[in-house]
Design a protein around this ligand. Sequence first.
Ligand code: DAT
Ligand code: MG
Length: 152
Amino acid sequence: MEGQNERTFIAIKPDGVQRGIIGQIITRFEQKGFKLVAMKMLQPSEDLLIQHYIDLKGRPFFPALVNYMKSGPVVAMVWEGKGVVKTGRVMLGETNPADSKPGTIRGDFCIDVSKNIIHGSDSIESATKEISLWFKDDELTTYTSCAVSWIY
Ligand code: DAT
Ligand code: MG
């Protein structure tokens, strides 16, 4: 989906939950003007994580990545808005927090690539795949934000 209905999958990883920064992360997406259309807290299974990170299966850090991601609850979300996939990635910062500028989520809240607190889809195609992997259709809401005419 593109235009104002474009959607991305964002997840606050177990370290983001444990460190008590769920609210601050959600605030950044809200204050930008993006619309939250789905959210749930869950401790993901190994199967789900292997599917989610299937493109990285051959990488040396893959087993550690899966263990970290299943080590506690995560907050899975779908955010909607014009350019949300690309802008969401800009808001996250680089994969390695050391390369992430201040003002980005990873630049402001974390240090190490293996504990980088948040996931965001890297393309519209991945977003579609990830949203259907993490959410059932009836978990995705459809509503008009009262702010929409002041944002667009
Ligand atoms: P991103 O999460 O920015 O999309 P990615 O898809 O390349 O990055 O990798 C997924 C996650 O895997 C990343 O958030 C953290 C971990 N990871 C990536 N490269 C790593 C590395 N060199 N060492 C340890 N963990 C790494
Ligand atoms: Mg990625």
